[in-house]
Design a binder for this molecule. Structure first.
Ligand code: GLU
Ligand code: ZN
Length: 307
């Protein structure tokens, strides 16, 4: 343990091995934690079994290890935390915020991107939820959380000010899916609080989930962590890279180059000869020179051949 109260984390979903995009999130959260003399935890977000190929979680841990990204403590698996999510859902139901949503896919499509509140009349008490848990056949409806007209805003350490008004920008959102699985939004908030996370550094794709997470933290009586969402990655022509083009596989043979590439995407200017130094040396340089202010909102991915 260090004197710092910083606790960071990397929380991959084991839907496959890490790729360059997810490595960037791992490296950025690692460097920010280490530069702040904090702890860096790893949590495997394995709550969606249909999307998790066997062995993916172990492969991710092996990759982290190979890239020199050494975590503190034990890995937390969300698949072991289902009771905690059920307890949180009970709290929300007791606050009168949950309802059963039986909307079909096509009904939801007709409502547009913001849920209309259509099923709010099917209020769900904590007792109803308990009953449904004991009689799984009776619960083939999603559970949604009612939102109000509050605006939730944050000062993101990279992206700056960001805000959403929940009822008009997001709508009532799913906390337990129709198939009974707990939604990411709820699980992530419960575990960030459980692990005492003070700082979240993650991909920009999750920025628009953050106001929902702030709302859940409020409802559940948790402190809000600080957030930093990583840059949008563009190609040399300035076009946003698709998920596909930003998802080249990690190559253990080229771990130096790929790690070096992450540092440059994060706004650092490592010396050219560092690329031959080995992953520990590259990370040590990154920790020493880390500056979250230098992380750009927009980063250009240079073709790996030029590194
Ligand atoms: N498990 C999520 C993902 O892999 C990330 C969760 C988070 O960082 O909040 O996309
Ligand atoms: Zn509905």
């Amino acid at each position: 343990m260090t004197g710092s109260s910083y606790v960071g984390r990397f929380a991959p979903s084991p839907s496959g091995p890490l790729h360059l995009g997810s490595l960037l999130a791992a490296v950025a959260s690692f460097l920010d934690a280490r530069a702040n003399e904090g702890l860096w935890l790893v949590r495997i977000e394995d709550i969606d079994p249909p999307r998790e190929p066997a062995g993916a979680a172990d492969e991710i841990l092996t990759q982290l290890h190979h890239f020199g990204l050494t975590w503190d403590g034990e890995v937390l698996y969300q698949s072991q935390r289902l009771d905690a999510y059920a307890a949180a859902l009970m709290i929300l139901a007791n606050e009168g915020l949950c309802f059963r949503c039986e909307c079909t896919r096509s009904a939801l499509r007709e409502q547009g991107t913001v849920y209309s509140g259509h099923c709010r009349i099917h209020g769900l008490s904590a007792r109803d939820l308990q009953y449904a848990d004991k009689h799984p056949d009776s619960s083939d409806a999603a559970v949604r959380l009612r939102v109000g007209s509050d605006t939730y805003s944050l000062h993101d350490r990279v992206q700056g000010a960001y805000a959403q008004t929940l009822n008009t920008d997001v709508g009532d959102f799913v906390v337990r899916r129709k198939d009974g699985l707990i939604a990411y939004q709820l699980a992530v908030v419960v575990d960030d609080a459980f692990q005492g996370i003070t700082d979240i550094v993650r991909g920009i794709d999750l920025l628009d989930s953050t106001p929902r997470q702030l709302y859940l933290q409020d409802r559940l009586g948790y402190n809000a962590p600080r957030y930093a969402h990583l840059p949008v990655i563009v190609d040399a022509a300035g076009d946003k890279l698709s998920k596909q083009s930003f998802a080249p596989a990690l190559e253990l043979r080229r771990s130096n180059q790929q790690l070096y590439q992450c540092l440059t995407l994060l706004g650092l200017s490592p010396p050219k000869n560092l690329v031959t130094g080995g992953v520990e040396a590259i990370l040590a340089w990154g920790i020493e020179h880390w500056d979250i202010q230098a992380v750009p909102k927009l980063a250009t991915l240079i073709a790996p051949s030029s590194v």
